[in-house]
Design a protein around this ligand. Structure first.
Ligand code: AMP
Ligand code: MG
Length: 655
């Protein structure tokens, strides 16, 4: 006898769901099969309000356009038979009838043989007439008569009733997107209202105790609700009518209430967050109670986006996007947009693709189709696709990418120099005029502002000094901002350059110890005294910097052999050090003066760091590079840098 396994407690249930990870294609196929085919709900709309909607019914022309035979020119309505013999040598004289047919005037008198009636462009052809003679081809001939010196064929310069659109003809088909041209055809037929596919109403709910709406103050440990705003906008961009409900805390009863209400009022529900295996992840457990068949896929072999959950509750799609903004947006565009557009009766979004070379090896997880967001820049021989380095937690990974490339589930990497197919997330490739790859500094924006205002596009890709230097050596960028300290020569940057690169001095950034104002261990002390008192206090915690950072070398020199608490906390940026101190996770660290100032922290200066540019000589004459060098040398930029706390280097412009 086979024993039935006992029902699992809920924690195991969650694990079970993740054990059945579907491929991306299988998940999408099951989701679509559970939703389609379905009838598209139509609604009447005034012509002016129908722009961008899909017609939900075929439209048949109710009248002929034009509604009558009409003249194409200013001239005379005639009988062509009268003019058969007309020529330069033998002009034919026609008497002018006593009416003028202007636009909008219905003719009252027939054109009898030997007569002509003046008619305006668009005027209705009078009875008896079968052709129009242009006014330029006639001459006045005495009182109320004209001479015609060339023959006219029947139908000449006449548009017949229904020749444009014939009554009963299929004017527009269901599914056509109403644009200005369609509106023109409908207006010509006198149609004031059309039936269009009603936009699906889509409720949007963010989940998480940590979420705060933009516009409100950020409490400690909270973050702004990014997904709510971006998902709402992306739904509206793809034919939906989004209703943002808000961010609901991780409370099962509250969330279930909000989900039920949303489903009662809307055609579809999109949540984000709470779909992984964490303790607070409850949204997917609620779905099972909301309608049949419930969850269709939970766990998709997709990166980013593995925890994506797809469900159908009594005919309505319910989706839980992963919480991380880039995962949420990527899965939304890849898996949800196709379904949403079908619900809205819109055609699939056209996928624009380009081929680009990947400059570096990209590692990938076996068994999951991996999508890598990339930025495109123009290389010496074609496009180059830089992988975004920030991961799926970063909103900019998606929002600043030009497109993405795909690494097959069966591959564990994409080798450097692969020619990869890139699917664009913007309608056009915007190859930037100036490409800066390397270390990022807020001072950089002060210099490039001028270029942007002059209409030049600048792409700055933050990969750190060493990454930038490597890109510059491969000739993949115009400039690489670097701040690398050479221990043996005790100088910055220059020792790291190779052939083909030239050093352009940038600015100096004062490095120093940062602390919370009022902390007596640091306030008013020299740097040596400050470090001594920090080391003397076992409760004092530091925040370090990553290996390879110029700042790290300074810290190690100050510390000598000491390894105080916090030494192994090694964030990668000046801002992260300031945040750690400001938020009391650490008491001191080393950062640059402008960053300390911006965070309202105390600062003891130590030494200046050199932030310079490795310029790729071969690209120096490019107009955008010249514009950058001009901007860097300009009084305006130097003043802005100084104001922000940087010290511009002695750089004078020479080409
Ligand atoms: P979760 O799946 O709820 O555990 O979320 C995963 C990560 O995404 C967490 O770091 C959340 O703080 C973050 N996250 C969840 N929802 C949002 C949101 N609406 N906006 C920004 N980040 C979010
Ligand atoms: Mg959460």
């Amino acid at each position: 006898m086979i024993k039935k396994p006992a029902p699992q407690p809920s924690e195991n249930l969650v694990q079970d769901q993740f054990l059945t990870v579907l491929s991306r294609e299988e998940a999408l196929a099951r989701f679509e099969a559970a939703l389609f085919p379905r009838a598209i709900a139509g609604e009447p709309r005034r012509l002016a309000d129908a722009l961008g909607f899909a017609l939900s019914e075929d439209i048949t022309a109710p009248i002929d356009v034009p509604p009558f035979d009409r003249s194409n020119v200013d001239g005379f309505a005639v009988r062509s038979a009268d003019l058969v013999s007309a020529s330069e040598a033998a002009p034919v004289r026609l008497k002018i009838n006593g009416e003028v047919i202007a636009c909008g005037v219905a003719p009252a008198r027939p054109v009898l043989s030997g007569t002509a009636t003046p008619i305006a462009t668009g005027g209705p052809l009078p009875r008896g007439a079968d052709a129009i003679v242009m006014v330029e081809h006639t001459q006045p001939s005495g009182v109320r008569a004209i001479e015609v010196r060339r023959a006219a064929s029947p139908g000449q310069l006449v548009s017949y009733a229904g020749s444009d659109i014939a009554r009963g003809e299929a004017l527009l088909r269901a599914g056509t997107i109403v644009g200005s041209r369609e509106i023109g055809m409908l207006a010509a037929c006198g149609i004031a209202e059309v039936m269009v596919a009603r936009k699906p109403r889509v409720a949007v709910i963010s989940t998480g105790d940590e979420l705060v709406q933009p516009g409100e103050a950020l409490r400690p440990a909270a973050i702004y609700d990014t997904n709510g705003a971006i998902v709402t906008a992306a739904i509206n961009e793809n034919g939906g009518d989004a209703r943002f409900i808000g961010a609901i805390p991780d409370d099962e009863a509250a969330l279930e209430g909000a989900m039920r209400k949303a489903l009662a009022n809307c055609d579809m529900l999109v949540l984000s967050g709470g779909t992984s295996k964490g303790a607070g992840d409850i949204s997917h457990r609620i779905i099972g109670r909301l309608g049949q068949p419930g969850i269709i896929a939970h766990g998709v072999a997709l990166k980013p986006g593995k925890p994506l959950c797809l469900a159908v509750c009594d005919g309505k799609p319910v989706v839980i996007l992963p919480g991380f903004p880039t995962s949420a947006m990527f899965t939304f565009h890849d898996m949800i947009v196709p379904v949403l557009r079908r619900l809205a009766a819109l055609p699939p979004r056209p996928d624009a693709k380009v081929t680009a070379k990947v400059p570096v090896r990209i590692a990938s997880e076996l068994g999951r189709t991996e999508f890598v967001m990339v930025s495109l820049v123009e290389g010496a021989d074609g496009l180059i696709a830089y992988p975004g380095g920030k991961g799926s937690g970063a909103i900019t990974s998606f929002a600043q990418a030009d497109g993405f490339l795909k690494i097959d589930a069966l591959a564990d990497q994409m080798p450097a120099r692969t020619q990869a197919e890139v699917t664009l997330v913007t309608p056009h490739v915007r190859v930037p005029d100036l490409v800066i790859v390397g270390s990022h500094c807020t001072g950089l924006d002060l210099v490039t502002a001028k270029l942007s205002h002059a209409g030049l596009t600048v792409r700055s890709i933050a990969v750190g000094s060493l990454g930038g230097l490597a890109a510059a050596k491969r000739g993949e960028c115009d400039l690489a901002p670097i701040h690398l300290f050479d221990d043996s020569s005790e100088t910055y940057n220059r020792p790291f350059l190779s052939d083909g690169l030239e050093l352009v001095p940038g600015w100096r950034r004062m490095q120093g110890v940062v602390f919370r104002k009022g902390d007596v261990r640091f306030e008013g002390k020299t740097i040596e005294e400050a470090v001594r008192s920090a080391l003397a206090d076992p409760a004092c915690i530091m925040v370090n910097r990553n290996q390879g950072a110029g700042t790290r070398i300074l810290i190690d020199r100050l510390l000598g052999e000491a390894r105080p608490d916090g030494y192994w906390n090694q964030p990668r940026s000046h801002n992260a050090v300031a945040a750690a101190v400001a938020q009391h996770r650490a008491d001191w660290g080393m950062t640059i003066a402008p960053v300390a100032d911006a965070s309202g922290l105390g600062f003891i200066p130590l030494a200046e760091e050199h932030y310079d540019f490795a310029l790729v000589k071969a690209r120096k004459q490019r107009p955008a590079v010249q514009a950058f060098l001009d901007a860097l040398a300009s009084e305006e930029a130097r003043a802005a840098l100084t104001k922000a706390g940087f010290r511009p280097a002695q750089f004078r412009r020479h080409t």
